[in-house]
Design a protein around this ligand. Structure first.
Ligand SMILES: Cc1cc2nc3c(=O)[nH]c(=O)nc-3n(C[C@H](O)[C@H](O)[C@H](O)COP(=O)(O)O)c2cc1C
Length: 260
């Protein structure tokens, strides 16, 4: 097992941080690694905001589904899918005039451009995570940054073609976090298919969720109102309040990006 694979296999999400500070040199290593990530067309369709202001971190606790550890994270990076920079550069470069000279109109960033920029931003984020992990610095993604778009837009002065796709909290783990068990993953056979997509059968699902069901419920009955893990996960995650807010917020971003 080489060191890189060990680092990847030993990572877990860290949500409680020790007092050990992250040095500027370490922050630079994390950022430089992120910026070395593969990027579509070498365009770097993302920006990163280092959230240093404690008041902003405190506000993010509330706007990201009440997660208090955000305020206690020593280093918080917000990853933005960003087509604004290229759009501004195109305009500065006279692309609009070039298009009208050719009898065409300049096209605006559309859905595919947004998805590509999201790919770039997420790949950069995960590279930052692994770089941090290699130095013993733990991390945790905050997907809830996609909620409350209107508030985050104002907080971070986000222009039209910038989408806050993810946020990552970094910090040295507490001993309790280091001692905590790793989370389970589904078996490879349920996730990796040969040559074509495979719809899973009820037998597949039984095998797939067997140990997870016992990990979550143990010997106890499922909570009131649900009969099994599928119903539990639907209510707890998919149809939760945060999930509804995330979809509302993302619809607003999409409308702004694509239509207006
Ligand atoms: C896109 C994404 C969003 C996530 N959002 C959150 C979050 O808002 N809060 C949180 O505590 N963990 C969040 N996580 C961490 C997951 O809960 C975690 O990765 C998962 O439970 C597996 O645990 P592990 O990372 O320790 O292996 C997120 C992870 C990803 C990839």
């Amino acid at each position: 097992m080489n060191h890189t694979i060990e680092v990847i296999n030993n990572r877990k999400s860290i949500r409680a941080y020790s007092d050990v500070p992250i040095s500027q040199a370490q922050k630079d290593v994390i950022l430089n690694a992120a910026l070395r990530s593969p990027t579509a067309g070498n365009m770097m369709l993302y920006s990163i905001i280092d959230v240093m202001d404690q008041k902003k971190k405190d506000q993010l606790v509330k706007t990201c589904d009440n997660q208090p550890f955000i305020a206690r994270a020593p280093y918080v990076l917000l990853f933005l899918a960003d087509y604004q920079r290229w759009q501004d550069y195109f305009i500065q470069s006279g692309v609009s005039e070039m298009c009208s000279d050719a009898g065409a109109s300049m096209r605006k960033p559309a859905e595919g451009d947004l998805f590509l920029a999201c790919c770039d931003a997420l790949i950069a984020a995960q590279t930052a995570v692994i770089a941090a992990e290699s130095m013993g610095i733990g991390s945790c993604y905050i997907g809830d940054i996609m909620e409350n778009y209107e508030i985050h837009k104002e907080m971070f002065k986000l222009p039209k073609y910038v989408f806050p796709i993810t946020m990552v909290c970094f910090g040295y783990p507490t001993q309790q976090q280091l001692d905590r068990d790793f989370t389970e993953r589904f078996d490879q056979k349920h996730v990796v298919y040969q040559d074509q997509y495979k719809r899973l059968t009820s037998d597949d699902f039984e095998g797939m969720f067997e140990s997870r069901q016992s990990q979550i419920f143990g010997d106890r009955e499922p909570p009131k109102g649900v009969k099994n893990l599928g119903q539990f996960m639907y209510k707890r995650k998919f149809d939760s309040e945060f999930s509804r807010e995330m979809n509302r917020s993302v619809q607003t971003i999409l409308k702004s990006w694509v239509n207006e």
